[in-house]
Every structure is written in C-alpha cells, then in structure tokens.
Design a protein around this ligand. Structure first.
Ligand code: ZDP
Length: 344
C-alpha cells in the first residue's frame, strides 16, 4: 500500500489514493499511527482520495493526527490537488471539483508550485459553525475565560470551526497553554481550531495556529481565511491580505461574491509504502471476509463485494422464471450426478 507525503507551508499530510481500490483499514487508528512523528510517518493529518458521490470529480476525506475527522482542510486541499496531478500526470492549470464534508471546493494548479483554491463562503451563523456564542452578530464574538484568562473570541466557520483571537503581539501568547484550552472550550461543541492574529497592516496579518486534533502546526489554510474574515468584520483589516504563518505566507482574498480565494504552495516531500502489518488490509475487493472484517457493520459500503454478489444473484433470479430456475437446478443436479458416475 503506497502513500505520498506533501506539505503546504509546513502543514504536512500523508495522502493515499482510494479512488479505485476499496478502503479497508480502520481510519481513526490508522491516522493516529501513520501521523505519529516517532512511531509512524509523521504528519498533521491523513488525506484520502475517494470516488465522488455528489457530481464532483473526486472526494477528499481528512483525518486529523489524533484520529478525528475534519470537514475541510485548506492547506490539505492544495496538497490534494498536487497529489492528483502527480498521480495522473496532469499539467499546470488543472482543476478539480473536490467533494468535502464542507461542500464542493475547487483547487487549481497555477505556476510555480502554487495552488489557488476557491474555499467557498464563510459561515457566520453560530449554529453552522458550530458555537454557542450568539453575541455580536454578524460576527459571533464573546469574552471567554480560557485557562484562567479572559479573551475576546470570534467564531467563524469554513466548514470546520475556528476561534479567532485578535492580539497586539502574537509573540506574547503562550500557545501551549491557551491553544488546547480554547480547542476544548464548551462554547465550541465540536471543538475548534484556534488562531491568535496580529494585524500588522491593513493588508498583512500574522497568525499563530493551534489546530483541532493536531495541536500547534506551522500553517492552516482554513484558519487563514477565518482570521481574515474575523479581523475584517472587526474593522481591523482589508478584505484581502497576506497572512503570515509560522511556515510562510498565504494570500487570502474575500471576494465580492462572498467567497474566499486562497493562494499558496503545495509540495511533494517523499513517497513510500506502508509496513507489512497493513498487508491484511490490502486484499482485493473479492477476498474481503465480511463475516470478520465487517462484524461491526459494512466497512466498504461503496464497493461491498458481498453486495455485488447479492446483486448478481438477484439479477439472475429476476431474469429467470420459476420454471427456468427449477430446470436449471435439476439440470445441474443431473450434470453433477452424471459427472460423478462417469468419473467413478
Ligand atoms: O478542522 C480541523 O480539525 C483541522 N485540524 C483540519 C485541518 C485544517 C488545516 N490546517 C487547514 O489548512 O485548513 C489543515
């Protein structure tokens, strides 16, 4: 089983292609193991390419390093585009309609290892983010106690939840203390990504990132979008800005159609194959033993070989009349008997 590793501004991902092979391993534990920086390959998340379900070109599934699933991933979708182009040998300016749990996202390869992504519209409605903060709309914002300190926290959704805290200087923030506390704050029932943002100029932000399910990371694409939306709505910056993250700079533009356009790099790092312990999961669809692998429910509902076999049997049943079926059965009994007699 092959994987490829990519990174965008140091936000790194393991990518695997399951567009035509069934996905057989338990996702949560696998992501935890593969993303582990000592025991595994090392990454902020595991990203899978899957067959489309809703009219897109391909579906993207993102599992955080802690094994939880994320709806969307901005740096990840740039890496995803580069991954598909590398696998399928596609040229610059290729683009895909990528199905995600946050809707259709459209990345396009542009020159110089850069990828431009239409990230869609921001979510400001508290229920959609989701957050219990209901003050300050259109920007949901409230003063929250985080690890014993008070912060004004804004909530923005990009499919996944983001908490944005504007501060005078990001260097003054103890991310290891406030990141996990705000990630798990009860105001964010699905937990949240956490960003401390410093406005340097009208068109320049600096961001410190604590990712839900991955901890401190070097960059966050959805977070850069959310930070721009929150700071713009607070009247602190323009609708378009360079967002400096620990791993580098993303360009974000909240366009006139209310959509966020993100441009940044995505680069191949290395490829490899999973250890032999994964071989038991790489069986072809025909050899899945449903009674063992699917004891907790079908693990491969999109291409279940048992469902295929059942469908074939049903097709035979509905194509033949009862008389034909009885004749068929008699014939085969007769043939078997004849074979046995002639063989003995
Ligand atoms: O929402 C989450 O649980 C995030 N950890 C997903 C990944 C977001 C990300 N960093 C991005 O670039 O948007 C990768």
């Amino acid at each position: 089983m092959q994987f490829r590793k990519y990174q965008g501004l140091g936000n790194d991902f393991i990518l695997m292609d399951f567009r035509s092979n069934p996905l057989l391993f338990p996702l949560n534990e696998t992501a935890q193991f593969l993303c582990h920086r000592r025991f595994g390959i090392g990454a902020d998340g595991l990203i899978l390419a899957l067959p489309p379900q809703n009219g897109g070109d391909v579906r993207m599934q993102i599992i955080n390093a802690d094994g939880t699933e994320a709806e969307m991933c901005g740096n990840g979708v740039r890496c995803f585009a580069r991954f598909l182009a590398d696998l399928d040998n596609l040229p610059d300016f290729s683009s895909w309609r990528v199905e995600t749990a946050a809707g259709l996202i459209v990345p396009q390869l542009i020159a110089g290892q850069q990828v431009a992504v239409d990230m869609g519209e921001p979510l400001l409605n508290p229920e959609a983010i989701p957050t219990s903060i209901s003050e300050g709309l259109p920007l949901a914002e409230a003063c929250l106690e985080v690890a014993g300190e008070q912060f004004v926290v804004a909530a923005v959704g990009m499919g996944n939840p983001h908490a944005v805290v504007q501060v005078p200087k990001i260097e003054a923030i103890d991310l290891a203390r406030f990141g996990p506390a705000l990630e798990a704050h009860p105001a964010f029932p699905a937990r949240t990504n956490v960003h401390f943002v410093e406005v340097v100029a009208d068109h320049y932000l600096r961001l410190l990132v604590w990712e839900r399910g991955a901890g401190a990371t070097l960059a966050c694409g959805t977070g850069a979008c959310a930070a721009l939306v929150a700071t713009h709505l607070r009247g602190s910056c323009a609708r378009e800005a360079d967002v400096e993250l620990p791993g580098g700079v993303l360009h974000i533009n909240w366009d006139a159609r209310n959509r966020l356009q993100m441009t940044g790099p995505a680069e191949f790092v290395f490829s490899g194959s999973l250890p032999p312990s994964f071989d038991s999961y790489s069986s072809s669809a025909e050899s899945i033993d449903c009674s063992k692998l699917c004891s907790q429910g079908c693990i491969n509902p999109e291409a279940c070989p048992s469902a295929n076999a059942r469908a074939k049997a049903m097709a035979v049943l509905s194509d033949f009349s009862l008389d034909q079926l009885v004749n068929l059965a008699n014939e085969s009994v007769e043939q078997r008997t004849l074979r046995r007699i002639s063989g003995s």
